[in-house]
Design a protein around this ligand. Sequence first.
Ligand SMILES: [Zn+2]
Ligand SMILES: [Zn+2]
Length: 484
Amino acid sequence: MQAKTKVLITAALPYANGPLHLGHIRSTYLPADICARYNRLKENETLYICATDEHGTPIVFNAEKEGKTPKQLVDYYHEKDKREFEALGFSMDIFHRTSSKENFQMTQHFFSRLKENNYIYKKSVEQYYCPKENRFLPDRYVKGTCPHCGAEDQYSDQCESCGRTLKPGEIQNPRCAICKTPPILKETEHYFFSLSKFSGKLEEWIKSNPGFQEEVKNFVLNWIKEGLRDWDITRNLEWGVPVPNEKGLVFYVWFDAPIGYISSTVALTKRWQEFWKSKDARVIHFIGKDIVYHHYLFWPAMLMGTDDGFNLPSAIPVRGYLNLEQKKFSKSRGWYITLEDYLRIFHPDFLRYYETVITPHAPSDASFSLEEFKERVNNELVANFANLAFRVLSLIDKKLDGKIEGCEFDSEGKALIQKIIDGSREIDGLFEKYEYKSALEKTMHLSSEVNRYISEKEPWKETDHEKIKRTLYTSLNALFYISI
Ligand SMILES: [Zn+2]
Ligand SMILES: [Zn+2]
């Protein structure tokens, strides 16, 4: 028996700026939930932590566009996400928020620790400034023409047409996104985190961790080889975690968001340090492939830099995007299914089943197909597993008046039970390696073995009461093993 450990599982924090869709569930929240349930069954002390990510320019910008305050916008999405996760039966121990007082305190604590340890410095940068409104214009408050591909009406930090990241001053023909005035560039002081100082330590840590997916590892090591750039961790905004002793300056959303994993644990339990710092504890972050950089480099470097004794993540499982009928989800073209739409029509378990069988432990993309969804749910989940449970329980009810007593297995029964015990061991190993797709496939395979056993024994035709009893007792045992 393995010693019991503490396991802290997180799912990437949903950004409180739009509805959850089926892709988010597949890449992050569902596998994290499976992991949490598995660890609880193993009697590991398990916490499943999540929260809404509530800061950053896109939220401020969208709230302004909709005539709301940022607070109103994030309140709305926090409640909505929470409701939908509950409807799906996710077993989160807490669903907190990055605008919480715990997160303000923890973020400022990180900042002061990193500053004390000389990992944070101040530097003068040029930022867009609207002379008409007298304010700085971070990231998407400025629009213009992409200097690389010529696409018009692009945000100043990233071109959605060619996907390139843009530096301040690079965009052509810039305009204030709110009042259309051409902005000026103005000097201001920002804080930077010395990510570059961690190159060696990060490389060593990533290479020595056997739990990371090979292809992700290669990707990240390549980034380190190309050279890590220091991060500008502040923004000229009012909405966010304030930088101590600075007016009109808040932390960049990617600075305070991962700290939300810790501060949400603080909000949940006084024993939070045991989960983040003790030797027998493991931290596992489930993420989508778009935020690999933040979780494999930025976040571990922050943890190392505090020198507070935080454990580094022991695993960071990465999963890819979900397409819809082979085409990319796209909000602007209306080609997507929100979780809300799904839940209005279908049972949550169907989604849990289907998304698990199409999701290997890999950053590869998958496609949601309504036809395949229907087929796999009907032919596998319903016809195989649900049918087995229904058959066994209804036969016990009909043939044995709902009562079952222990008895000896015959040789076929013994063989079946042995097969299932061996299979369960294999499934356990797959769960340990985050291979939930294979574990589920193996489970369905065992389920069909039991179905075949019952069909061969034909207990509904049998007249010998002892034989019926034995067949059904064996089947019930088999069902019990499969269910766990
Ligand atoms: Zn472009
Ligand atoms: Zn303006």
